[in-house]
Design a protein around this ligand. Structure first.
Ligand code: HEM
Length: 231
């Protein structure tokens, strides 16, 4: 092997290594975000519980509990924000590199082979990002809420979703989130080397099932408010 070939090979291997580490980082930060979405969804399910005898709501107590430990709340927020930023930065970088490395743009024929979920990743991400910013202004700071009351989670959610436009945005964003989670989970299994022709079917369906579950539960909340099931 000539010196130039060896240098080229080690350069390519270095780039490949860096790309693999970044894919693993996108996967790991994705796990943190996925874990948050799952736990948040489980907590939000309490909105379906009827009020206690004293008229108080379980979800309001849950909100009080989360806010009763400001230090832990801020640690969780910082971890979450760092995960979001790293996830965004490296996934955009990887997407950009793979786009630049393509000699000719994908033709329709190639598009047919890449799944709908994978093709929507790059634009569903920014829509989900805008949703999260809107969501924080809606339910955390109350800046865009019609009648925000600090720690009255039940009231905030019901009054917030009684506005059809806000509910419509939540529904759209959560459908996109489900598609994003499906492809994200499946890519994560591949990035960390869990995929194998023998188990791919199981892993793909696991990702599909989880994404659908999260999508259905999240969409059911604005739908339940709009239809008067939650009042
Ligand atoms: C219909 C579905 C959802 C409902 C009803 C909902 C409800 C809420 C409520 C009421 C809060 C404020 C909690 C409090 O401060 O007491 C909150 C905070 C938050 N939600 Fe959601 N959420 C939903 C979906 C999502 C999704 C899909 C994401 C992420 C993709 C998300 C991310 C967050 C974040 C980051 C916070 C701020 C936590 C904090 O730092 O205080 N939520 N959500």
């Amino acid at each position: 092997m000539s010196t130039t070939t060896a240098v080229n090979l080690s350069h390519s291997l270095g780039l490949w290594d860096a790309q693999v580490s970044r894919k693993v980082l996108v996967a790991l930060t994705g796990v943190i975000l996925f874990g948050f979405v799952l736990v948040h969804m489980l907590g939000n399910l309490q909105i379906f519980l009827p009020p206690a005898a004293d008229g108080s709501y379980a979800i309001d107590h849950y909100g009080e509990l989360l806010h009763s430990k400001p230090f832990l709340l801020w640690v969780a927020r910082i971890v979450l924000l760092s995960a979001v930023l790293l996830h965004l930065f490296f996934s955009i970088q990887l997407w950009w590199e793979s786009r630049a490395a393509r000699p000719v743009r994908y033709r329709k024929k190639d598009n047919f082979h890449s799944s709908y979920a994978s093709r929507t990743m790059i634009w569903s991400g920014p829509i989900i990002g805008s949703f999260v910013i809107y969501h924080l202004l809606h339910f955390t700071t109350g800046k865009v809420h019609p009648s925000f009351r600090f720690l009255s989670v039940h009231h905030n959610v019901v009054a917030g979703f009684q506005q059809p436009l806000a509910s419509a945005f939540y529904i759209l964003a959560n459908i996109l989130l489900a598609v994003h989670l499906y492809h994200g989970l499946w890519s994560m299994f591949q990035s960390v080397g869990l995929n194998h022709p023998r188990y791919d079917f199981i892993l793909k369906n696991f990702a599909r099932l989880f994404a659908i579950l999260i999508g259905i539960v999240n969409v059911s909340i604005p739908v339940a408010v709009l239809t008067g099931i939650i009042q």
